[in-house]
Design a protein around this ligand. Structure first.
Ligand SMILES: [Zn+2]
Length: 151
């Protein structure tokens, strides 16, 4: 890899991490700046940038690990739900964010935030344009087209 990867550095034991889980395929560790206390990441041990490039079985394994510890978070924290997020920005090494959610705004796009003049802002779903039903149907049809069976 061209650039040093902080996650690979953690995997190599060269950078610190608060490890939740480790097995031969993945590592889970606490998020440094959690949205809510208890948030952690699950990463593959192999350096792959895009989550979508992970082999299906590896992606499934990461989610299984996230599930197991996500259930623990429900017991250990005031979270009402556990969110699973792959946004892909930040570190270019695939990572699944596991986020204890206390309310509906714990995982939200900045595109929902409407700044009204100066300091005043509000969070509103209506800030995000809604596609027409025709556009939604067209995208659904494009996704279905030439889809190969999972392999
Ligand atoms: Zn890496």
């Amino acid at each position: 890899m061209a650039d040093p990867c902080i996650f690979c550095s953690i995997l190599a034991g060269q950078s610190p991490a608060s490890v939740v889980h480790e097995d031969e395929h993945c590592l889970a560790f606490m998020t440094l700046r959690p949205i809510r206390s208890g948030a952690f990441l699950v990463i593959p041990k192999v350096h792959i940038d895009h989550f979508t490039d992970l082999p299906d079985d590896l992606a499934g394994h990461l989610l299984s690990v996230a599930q197991r510890y996500g259930r623990r978070l429900l017991d250990l924290t005031p979270a009402k739900r556990i969110g699973y997020v792959v946004h892909g920005f930040g570190v270019p090494h695939a990572h699944l964010n596991v986020v204890p959610q206390h309310d509906t705004f714990d995982i939200i796009s900045a595109r929902y935030v409407v700044v009204d003049g100066g300091a005043a802002y509000q969070v509103t779903e209506s800030a995000v344009p809604a596609p027409t039903r025709i556009e939604l149907d067209q995208m659904a049809a494009a996704l279905r087209a030439e889809m190969q069976p999972a392999g």
